[in-house]
Write a protein that binds this ligand. Structure first.
Ligand code: FES
Length: 325
């Protein structure tokens, strides 16, 4: 679904329940009682935490239950203030505007003989919860390695162990247990393993390196980032042009501005949320031209396909890009 067609929902907080230290589980209903738009495991919601301030949270409930959405929010005192505001002010019965769901972390089918390895760091467990339920319902083998600072700060540990038993391994740094990512494998051609990981940037970067060093197949590793990845200098230091095919405009993007800023200033409607390349809301189809992909959403294979780009952070690697805008 294009971001421009994402449903906007006036939601009401049906419950706000602590599920770990500094983690609250919000259950949301449509304010008018209607059925909520469908979603698949891995999807997230844009939540307007304050007027003009949106944050993205993974849906962690049951996709079959169209009456509610559930998101778990970690309070981050050193964050940008969105989670602090939700923890301090949002209570049962409050209204929240949400947009979505949008999914850039979908659970792909594995071939016969295949399995899933889920890896979570802290609050990164949330998108993996519906994935494990789906894998379990489909009878596909899986394991979960769940790492965090302490058990008190890791939501849903007890439920996971109760539901999935020895398929779940829990690692707490407080007790000196550390999960060795290097023990993971992308499997073999006859028994492929699809690895799905969500957690802190350090964990994802390390796992990318493990996959690279071990020569995993390109589609073995699937990552969900909460924080923007570190990027190097843009490929192109000079200005470039963007031709907006649908709007009939050509605009110049200087080195110190994003395509999104320039396009918005020209009065073209583009939905955006994070503006740092992590949510996928500003995804825009590319008609022609080479893109300098600088986002944290698309996989390396998707970036290579050059069919879409995140215009909040990605730039041109050529003098002129043509976009379907
Ligand atoms: S606005 Fe979030 S990726 Fe561009």
């Amino acid at each position: 679904m294009s971001a421009l067609t994402l449903p906007e929902i006036d939601a009401v907080v049906a419950s706000a329940r602590p599920v770990a230290t500094d983690v609250v589980l919000l259950t949301l209903r449509a304010a008018d009682g209607s059925e909520l738009p469908p979603w698949q495991p891995g999807a997230h919601l844009d939540v307007e935490v304050q007027p003009g301030v949106e944050r993205q949270y993974s849906l962690c409930g049951d996709p079959a239950d169209r009456s509610v959405y559930q998101v778990a929010v970690l309070r981050e005192p050193d964050g940008r203030g969105g989670s602090e505001h939700l923890h301090a002010h949002v209570r049962e019965g409050d209204r929240l505007r949400v947009r979505g769901p949008l999914n850039h972390f979908g659970l792909h089918a594995v071939p016969p003989g295949g399995s899933y390895a889920f890896v979570a760091g802290g609050i990164g467990i949330t998108p993996l919860l519906p994935m494990m339920r789906a894998a379990d319902a489909a009878g596909i083998p899986f394991t979960l390695a769940y790492a965090g600072r302490s058990l008190e700060r890791m939501p849903f540990v007890d439920e996971l162990v109760a539901a999935y038993g020895d398929r779940v391994s829990v690692y707490t740094s407080e007790l000196g247990h550390r999960f060795a990512l290097s023990t993971l494998s992308g499997g073999t051609p006859s028994a492929p393993v699809a690895v799905y990981c969500c957690g802190p940037a350090r964990m994802l970067t390390e796992l990318e390196q493990v996959a690279l060093d071990a020569g995993w197949p390109p589609d073995a590793l699937h990552l969900e980032r909460f924080e923007a990845r570190e990027v190097t200098e843009p490929v192109r230091q000079e200005s470039f042009e963007v031709e907006l095919e649908l709007s009939g405009m050509t605009l110049e993007v200087p080195p110190d501005r994003s395509i999104l800023d320039v396009v918005e200033e020209a009065g073209v409607l583009v939905l955006s949320s994070c503006r740092e390349g992590t949510c996928g809301t500003c995804e825009t189809p590319v008609v022609s031209g080479e893109v300098d992909h600088r986002d944290s959403v698309l996989t390396p294979a998707e970036q290579e396909d050059n069919e879409v780009m995140m215009i909040c952070v990605s730039r041109a690697a050529c003098p002129r890009l043509v976009l379907e805008l």
